[in-house]
Design a protein around this ligand. Structure first.
Ligand code: NAG
Length: 451
């Protein structure tokens, strides 16, 4: 009996020492399973928390849906924890220190991303854990995350967004699972920048990582690791397709106020307003319904209002010009108003021209009358002159008469031009107000974007 036992012992000892037998993963896995196959939190003392260390590498910023306020990212997740029941002596297994095993038989932390809003998207799952001889269990897999993100679109399209990705356990309290980060912020940022694939609309600024404890009013506390991802929009697309056209349309509309013909101007303005409303529709589909509206939206809204205002002004001036063809006088209050407004809006040239012509014709009148008066004594003096002179004087009187009449008709023509001046003053006033507000808007928008 003793001999049999000792034989068994030596055989088994030899068996342990034999390298050929224990060099396969199968043997190792068999032994591991014999030692440990429970699916509860693998700690030898229940009071000891499991440290779950986590790291992410941002691989792609797939999309940031502005109206849904949802960020879609693709990242590589890497996490490890300690399994107290799991260890082997690598020298007994031909130096095997690592082993990949199907994860279904092992405990797995219930990692949850608090910002996740798309629960139905099936994550890619690689069904393996990597076990290490000292009990370290590592899980690595890619993740596609649709997470909610509070957007600040005030400076759109020159905006910077900060989105959180918070990882934590959904079930275990912080007494059971303590989350920790593997790398510090600068390393996480560097590692992500090294692999970041999508160089599309967003540029990665940095990732700040920190762990914290989340307190609920019920008294439950959870440990979590938060990755604060800051991304900056590459604004080229929106500058080309939205900002520049909007600015140009507004400038075109301002300068359309210089078109002389009111009918042509109205046609032009209406097409500009149509083009602008198309831009507004595009902007509306992009932007979210947020508390602080984007400055671009405010800009477009005010510009639309100013365009409508100036169009209405053009309609008014064309109506005033219309009035001039009807034979009615400019109301007195309007003339008073024009007197004050004309120098303010600097319609002077046209008015002074008119006035000058009126004055000059008056002067001519006066001169001619003077000449006539001057002629009188001459005429009287030469009353007893030759008949040739009499004829000449008659001809001269006729010419003066014709001249006076011509002048009179001229001043009659100037009567309807009062309406014209009124229209010009109102038109210029609207143009100045419009240009002034647009310039202020441009300055405000550019300051808002640049700060
Ligand atoms: C982050 O970690 C790296 C190495 O892991 C180290 O060189 C660097 O100084 C750390 N940065 C900070 C801010 O702690």
């Amino acid at each position: 009996m003793f001999l049999f036992l000792s034989l068994l012992l030596t055989f088994s000892f030899l068996g342990v020492g034999q390298c050929q037998q224990n060099c396969s993963f199968n043997d190792l896995e068999k032994d591991i399973r014999q030692n440990y196959s429970i699916k509860l939190r693998p700690t030898k003392k229940a009071a000891n928390p499991t440290n779950l260390n986590i790291d992410i590498r941002l691989y792609a910023i797939v999309n940031l849906d502005m109206s849904m306020q949802a960020l879609t990212t693709f990242l590589w997740l890497n996490m490890y924890w300690k399994n107290d029941y799991l260890s082997w002596n690598s020298s007994q297994y031909c130096g095997i220190t690592k082993l990949h095993v199907p994860y279904t038989d092992f405990w797995k932390p219930d990692l949850y991303i608090y910002e996740m809003i798309d629960g139905n998207s099936k994550p890619l799952v690689f069904p393996y854990f990597m076990l290490e001889y000292d009990g370290k269990v590592t899980e690595a897999r890619p993740l596609r995350i649709v997470s909610t993100c509070k957007l600040d679109v005030f400076k759109f399209p020159f905006d910077t967004q900060t989105c959180n990705l918070t990882f934590g356990s959904y079930v275990y309290l912080d007494a059971e699972i303590v989350m920790g980060e593997i790398y510090n912020s600068s390393t996480v940022t560097q590692r992500s920048e090294n692999i970041l694939a999508s160089k599309g609309e967003w540029k990665l600024l940095n990732i700040i990582v920190f762990n914290r404890t989340k307190y609920f009013s019920s008294g439950a506390t959870f440990s979590e690791v938060r990755f604060r991802v800051s991304i900056q929009r590459v604004p080229l697309k929106y500058v080309n397709n939205l900002v520049v056209p909007a600015f140009l349309l507004v400038i075109a509309d301002v300068f359309s106020m210089l078109i002389r013909s009111y009918e042509d101007r109205l046609v032009f303005k209406i097409s500009v307003v149509l083009g602008f409303s198309v831009l507004l529709v595009i902007l509306n589909t992009i932007l979210p319904n947020s508390k602080s509206p984007p400055i671009l939206g405010i800009f477009c809204c005010v510009c639309m209002g100013m365009m409508s205002f100036s169009t209405a002004g053009s309609v008014l001036t064309s109506y005033i010009v219309e009035l001039s063809s009807k034979d009615c006088n400019v109301p007195k209050w309007m003339i008073c108003l024009l007197k004050y407004l004309a120098p303010v809006v600097r319609v002077k040239p046209t008015i002074t021209n008119k006035v000058e012509t009126v004055i000059s014709t008056d002067k001519d009148c006066y001169n001619s009358k003077k000449r006539e008066l001057n002629l009188q004594p001459f005429h009287k003096r030469k009353n007893c002159s030759s008949p040739e002179e009499k004829v000449l004087r008659k001809i001269l009187a006729e010419i003066v008469n014709i001249h006076n009449e011509w002048n009179m008709s001229n001043t009659k023509d100037d009567k309807w031009s009062e309406w014209d001046i009124a229209a010009a003053v109102i038109d210029r006033l609207i143009f100045i107000i419009y240009a002034f507000i647009v310039i202020i808007l441009f300055i405000v928008v550019i300051i808002a974007w640049s700060t």
